[in-house]
Design a protein around this ligand. Structure first.
Ligand code: NAP
Length: 463
């Protein structure tokens, strides 16, 4: 044998291959579902590996109990959770990865005397810094996602930012030069506080419209904290898997920045070095073209080609399966073709709409991404907007004071007629970014008020 193979080595290799394949399948439009099982296998192999590694003492029993206990809690949460709350759940999960990096760093301070290596101390410091940043960033994003922007008061500005960075450098210097465990712990706690404050200062300055990119950036930071934990624990598997997570998170963030016309530096450093835009929450009082289900039915059957633009309201109302029924009925009964356009930040999670449409068995060949269409795509077609708002906001193109300005939107108004499904015109129900949306007052736009699922059911009965 050229290599000294043993069972643990094999388990590591299986796990790494499973994670690679998991990512590979995840990027495949047809087979992404397999990635769930592969990801599970990727976690299962190392778990077995570490259970084998531990000495057969009471500690092993505690570890097995904790794995089972937390596994059952996770299982119950994932079964019980309303699908529309998944983005919040994922954001909170990132905060746990940050917390685990902080605690791994803390625990390993006690080993320093044994290892006596400055690079090791540096890894512990970084684990605390990045873990804290991930932790506080996830908490801020969670509150932004549930529309409670309680942290915006912490955006204090450049001077505090520089002071914080200065204090963190002093902490790093002291951390690397002190040998006493008690002082090391004290500085570790100070670093935890300063890093959290830096995270508060940077992330609370970002607009709600940046949240999709922040979430994928937090994914990258959580991967990075796992990499550093891997270095501290001398665990190659953690380093490789953390690198996969962080690099895919950074690539996704960069792609989302490109599609939303944002700067990645603004996401990393917040508004510290950028001009602040203000919200245009003025209310326009113009007449809205209200439609009934019968009006909508008549409009629908007068077209041969229809485009559906799904948004967060589709996820909230869980109407994707009814959309799929409508699609089949219109094709079979009236030979009407339906196609979909998905905006990269529609919903509350990258790929949110793709996931829901796949769940409703809508094939990928009917789905277009924003960058694969031009303005002519809409010509002579009817557009049904199911619970979308920000992603079709014309102010993102025409109003420089709008926080959405610069973000490419789906120009649904270029079509022949647009029907928007939404519940009310209350400003605070307007859209995630809470900015005014002038689409509702355009001549070729009508609104069907009410819950999208109920309205789609009524439409299906009528058609
Ligand atoms: P949106 O701007 O949040 O608009 C959702 C629309 O759905 C609203 O008009 C709402 O109006 C309507 N709605 C809600 N419940 C409904 C129901 N039961 N029936 C019918 N309509 C309903 O959603 P979006 O256009 O998809 O835009 C996404 C926004 O979320 C962007 O601003 C994006 O930046 C942000 N975001 C995205 C991500 C991501 O990764 N994709 C993550 C975080 C944040 P009513 O309440 O009046 O019904």
């Amino acid at each position: 044998m050229f290599l000294n193979f043993n069972i643990f080595f094999l388990f590591n290799i299986f796990s790494i291959i499973s994670f690679f394949l998991c990512l590979l399948f995840f990027s495949s439009k047809q087979h992404f579902f397999y990635s769930i099982y592969l990801g599970f296998l990727g976690i299962f192999f190392p778990l077995i590996y570490y259970i084998f590694c531990l000495k057969k003492t009471i500690l092993l029993l505690i570890v097995i109990f904790l794995i089972l206990f937390t596994g059952i809690i996770g299982w119950i949460i994932s079964i019980k959770i309303d699908i529309s709350r998944v983005p919040e759940l994922i954001t909170l999960m990132h905060s746990f990865i940050g917390l685990s990096a902080i605690s791994i760093g803390y625990n390993n301070i006690f080993l320093y005397k044994v290892i006596n290596n400055k690079i090791y101390l540096m890894e512990i410091f970084l684990s605390n810094f990045i873990g804290s940043f991930t932790f506080i960033g996830s908490i801020i994003s969670y509150f932004k996602l549930i529309n409670k922007d309680i942290f915006s008061i912490f955006f204090i500005g450049k001077k505090i930012f520089y002071l914080n960075i200065f204090l963190l450098f002093i902490n790093l210097f002291l951390f690397l030069s002190i040998n006493n465990i008690k002082y090391l712990i004290f500085i570790y706690l100070l670093t935890f506080l300063f890093s959290n404050f830096l995270g508060l200062n940077i992330l609370s300055s970002l607009d709600s419209s940046d949240i999709p990119i922040i979430i994928s950036m937090l994914n990258a930071y959580s991967g990075l904290s796992s990499v550093i934990s891997g270095f501290i624990l001398n665990n190659n598997l953690l380093i490789i898997i953390g690198s996969l997570v962080s690099s895919s998170g950074f690539i996704l963030s960069k792609k989302m920045c490109l599609s939303m016309n944002k700067s990645i530096f603004q996401i990393i450093f917040g508004k510290i070095f950028f001009k602040n835009l203000y919200y245009n929450t003025y209310i326009i009082k113009k007449k809205i073209n209200k439609l009934s289900c019968i009006d909508v039915k008549e409009k629908i059957i007068s077209f041969k080609n229809i485009i559906i633009v799904p948004g967060y309201g589709m996820a909230l109302s869980q109407s994707q399966k009814l959309i799929s029924c409508l699609m089949r009925k219109l094709l079979n009964k009236y030979s009407i073709n339906i196609e979909f356009i998905i905006h990269p930040v529609a919903g509350r999670l990258p790929g949110h709409m793709n996931l829901l449409l796949a769940e409703a068995n809508i094939q990928y060949k009917y789905i277009y991404s924003l960058d694969s269409i031009d303005d002519n795509f809409m010509k002579n077609k009817l557009v049904l907007v199911i619970g979308a708002n920000d992603i079709i906001n014309p102010e993102a193109i025409s109003n420089k004071n709008c926080i959405l300005y610069g973000m490419p939107v789906i120009k649904v108004w270029k079509s022949n007629f647009v029907i928007i499904f939404k519940r009310s015109m209350n400003l605070y129900n307007s859209g995630f970014s809470k900015v005014n949306n002038s689409i509702f007052y355009k001549k070729n736009v009508g609104v069907l008020f009410g819950d999208a699922k109920l309205n789609l059911q009524n439409l299906l009965d009528l058609i």
